[in-house]
Design a binder for this molecule. Structure first.
Ligand SMILES: *Cc1c(COP(=O)(O)O)cnc(C)c1O
Length: 451
């Protein structure tokens, strides 16, 4: 028999903490201890090892507690950080944008979740908005709770549309999520190997290699395993911010047309203004048959995603809309957040801001790494999706760690720090960007090359 009395006391204590804006140092100590113990005993001790390596062995600084304005957050001890990781691209409109928060709270005060049977209005309105802003003939939307679900829906739509063309092509270094269908498209061996066999039908081609794509499509056709869909990120995020040649995506589009394959663009990370346009595919004037969205789609407040397809493709679900469903996808809170998110992106002209600030930051980062060519191989990016490529993991890791100690969070881990992503909110201020350059230069100054 569980000790419900003690669980009730514990939950009461936690609820009381959540309700406070500020916590005192005793409470901070308790939160830190409970968090570390909880991760060690009940979440996954592996995270402690991973995080410890970025926090100088003292994990006190590794527990987060609150946002500190649109572009940063505070740890449990009150130390502030500029967020240059942006939750891997979930904070495009910043942390807790007031209009997104208001929309969610307004909706919450009226109705939290939907009946699941009647027609929910915000779903219809959000779908219409997406048809208006997405490229080409994209028209119908299926709503999800995450990126991997958006990709799953796209894969099922593609299979339903092209039942006699079983092959799906994805690119090396791709990241599409970790549920089984998406994982088959994801390229990283360490994430796939323990879970074999993968969903059948996938083949990987080198990213940005038209010749290989063409030859593979041809070979697949020759052997009767035609390519039904090509799944790509327009710019690879997780794979290291890999930007293709300007003519790559347009040529992929042509080849897809020629072979009767659908083009699925995964803009889970590049969408919603991140690269300087509302959708990254607009840079290349390419419209996919299916578009996958998530991450910042919910305005950094709600988990939300969407799979948007042309009428021709989506119509496979018209006869039976229950062929693919999800209980929570497109719930009223998520739709309210997504609608407010799009409103803010347009009203504050954030895609253009990402373009301008992206140029500013790329210049500043390049300036900051000058004289450190023995450590930094490349600084690249489009809009505010940027990356620093180091000579090796160890140097990238040291730099990320030093930056964290000095109040700038970037995405560099012990496992993968050769390329560090820099993805601040699109609302980052010039003076915050300047501070990032300063901290980076200082980090490089203090990092030794060990051979
Ligand atoms: C993060 C990401 C995903 C997976 O999203 P989840 O919400 O973590 O499932 C899929 N595709 C791309 C391009 C991503 O960056």
């Amino acid at each position: 028999m569980p000790n419900y009395e003690s669980v009730r006391n514990y939950t009461e204590k936690v609820l009381s903490l959540i309700s406070q804006d500020e916590i005192d140092s005793d409470a901070a100590k308790w939160v830190t201890k409970e968090t570390l113990d909880g991760f060690r005993e009940y979440v996954n001790p592996g995270f402690l090892e991973y995080r410890k390596s970025v926090t100088l062995g003292t994990l006190d600084a590794a527990v987060e507690w609150a946002d500190s304005g649109p572009n940063g957050f505070r740890d449990v001890n009150g130390k502030e950080y500029i967020d240059c990781l942006g939750g891997f691209g979930i904070y495009n409109v910043g942390h807790r944008h007031p209009k997104v928060v208001k929309a969610v709270v307004d909706q919450l005060n009226r109705q939290a979740l939907h009946s699941q049977d009647l027609l929910d209005p915000l779903r219809a309105m959000l779908a219409k908005i997406l048809a208006d802003i997405t490229p080409g003939d994209l028209k119908y939307s299926f709503f999800t709770n995450s990126g991997t679900e958006s990709v799953e829906a796209a894969l099922k739509l593609a299979r339903a549309y092209n039942p006699s063309k079983p092959t799906i092509l994805a690119a090396t270094k791709a990241f599409h999520g970790k549920s089984y269908g998406s994982l088959a498209g994801t390229a990283k061996g360490v994430f796939r190997r323990p879970f074999m066999p993968m969903m059948p039908g996938f083949r990987h081609i080198a990213f940005n290699d038209i010749d290989m794509l063409h030859k593979t499509m041809h070979a697949c056709k020759m052997v009767g395993e035609d390519v039904g869909a090509v799944l790509l990120e327009p710019i690879q995020g997780e794979g290291g911010v890999n930007i293709p040649e300007d003519d790559y995506l347009p040529t992929v589009r042509e080849l897809c047309n020629q072979y009767g394959a659908l083009l699925i663009l995964d803009e889970v990370q590049t969408g919603m203004g991140r690269t300087g346009k509302m959708f990254c595919s607009e840079h290349y004037d390419v419209a996919p048959d299916i578009l996958c969205l998530a991450k910042s789609f919910g305005g950094g407040v709600m988990p939300a995603g969407a799979t948007v397809a042309t009428e021709e493709v989506f119509s496979r679900l018209f006869d039976n809309p229950f062929l693919h469903t999800t209980t929570f996808g497109g719930n009223p809170l998520a739709c309210a957040a997504a609608i407010a998110n799009i409103h803010v992106l347009i009203e504050e002209n954030l895609p253009a801001r990402a373009d301008e600030l992206g140029r500013y930051m790329l210049d500043g980062l390049r300036e900051a790494v000058k004289g450190h060519e023995d450590k930094v191989l490349d600084v690249r990016g489009k809009g505010l999706l940027m990356a620093l490529e180091f000579v090796d993991d160890a140097i990238g890791f040291e730099v990320a760690k030093h930056m964290f100690e000095n109040g700038v969070l970037v995405a560099g881990t012990l496992v993968n720090a050769k390329v560090i992503r820099v993805e601040p909110p699109l609302t980052i201020l010039h003076e915050q960007a300047d501070r990032v350059f300063e901290v980076l230069a200082d980090a490089l100054e203090n990092t030794r090359v060990t051979v």
